[in-house]
Design a protein around this ligand. Structure first.
Ligand SMILES: C[S@@+](CC[C@H](N)C(=O)[O-])C[C@H]1O[C@@H](n2cnc3c(N)ncnc32)[C@H](O)[C@@H]1O
Length: 303
């Protein structure tokens, strides 16, 4: 099905993006399960290697790309601060509102550390924070912080948005210290998002939601990197997408198409086409809820 309709990419409407992401997508995306899994693999594998190869007197530089609210990144810097005497955290996100939420978490972390060091309970080093409100490409071309070398670089569900994989991977690895690590989280190819974007080519192409973990892993391995893969099986409850009266469902529709106000701006036949596609890849649970596969993988990359 091809159509010369003009659809507005969600990323070009930052306030709609924030509303859709935080108030709809995050509610069905099993973020707590994801957080626990990412933190568990970080503690078990990434911390182990970073504390083995780097002295605690080194400055630990941490780069977060597309941090959003940055819950996981906050965990990373907190735990790194328990080992390293100094931690510098650079966070990139073109969505200024999301970056502000993350910055507040780091400020809260630092004030928690300051009060626990006064009461002599366990504390971690204060985090020196630099936020960059822009894309990875702008960061690389405009920021002196792109000259730093980082012990850890993370990209959690942001690699779809960052341009071609070869350029992105080269930019990220060029900022990595020797023995540094990258933690990249992305959807597996059975997930609704890569499947939708592979199949429905009329959707906006400013995002590469087709870029599944398999593609990223294969690319990294071809460049000579070791990749540890941790699978996080998941499904999402997308029942509300099928209720056209539901504001919540319409926001989910926007996220799954990466288009602002899809249901009200796209031709009805595209709406129907997507609904029947999503129905075809879903299952009904015992309560009549519609569940769709949404597995993801944590890729821990090092040389
Ligand atoms: C799906 S959200 C993920 C947010 C967060 N990491 C999480 O997992 O909850 C993708 C994030 O990538 C950011 N982003 C979009 N384009 C980007 C780019 N070119 N460079 C860096 N970040 C980008 C978005 O603003 C958004 O906050």
């Amino acid at each position: 099905m091809s159509d010369s309709v003009s659809l507005k990419p969600l990323s070009r409407d930052p306030s709609r993006y924030k509303d859709v992401f935080l108030n709809a997508f995050c509610k069905i995306a099993r973020k707590d399960l994801e957080y626990e899994e990412i933190c568990r693999h970080f503690d078990r594998t990434v911390m182990k290697q970073l504390t083995r190869f780097f002295s605690n007197e080194d400055q630990c530089n941490v780069l977060g790309v597309g941090v959003g609210e940055g819950r996981e990144e906050c965990h990373f810097v907190k735990n790194l601060g328990a080992y390293f005497t100094s931690v510098c955290n650079v966070a990139i996100d073109p969505n200024e509102d999301m970056l502000t939420i993350y910055k507040k978490s780091i400020t809260a972390l630092n004030s928690g550390n300051a009060s626990s060091s006064l009461s002599s309970s366990s504390s971690s080093s204060p985090v020196v924070f630099h936020g960059f409100s822009g894309s990875l490409a702008q960061f690389v071309s405009d920021s002196p912080l792109a000259e730093y070398k980082y012990n850890l670089i993370s990209s959690i569900h942001s690699i779809y948005y960052i341009g071609d994989l070869e350029t992105t991977f080269t930019q990220l690895t060029s900022m990595l210290k020797d023995k540094g690590m990258m933690l990249i989280v992305c959807n597996k190819d059975n997930c609704i998002l890569p499947r939708t974007f592979s199949e429905k080519t009329y959707l906006p192409t400013v995002v590469e939601e087709r870029r599944s973990s398999n593609v990223v892993r294969a690319f990294a391995e071809k460049q000579g990197y070791d990749v540890i893969t941790c699978r996080v099986p998941m499904d999402w409850d997308i029942t509300d997408v099928f209720d056209e009266q539901s504001d919540f469902g319409n926001k989910l529709f926007d996220f799954f198409t990466q288009t602002a106000y899809f249901r009200h701006t796209a031709p009805a036949k595209l709406v129907d086409d997507l609904l029947s596609f999503w129905r075809s890849i879903s299952v009904l649970d015992k309560n009549g809820r519609i569940l769709v596969p949404a597995d993801e993988e944590i890729l821990i990359i090092s040389k």
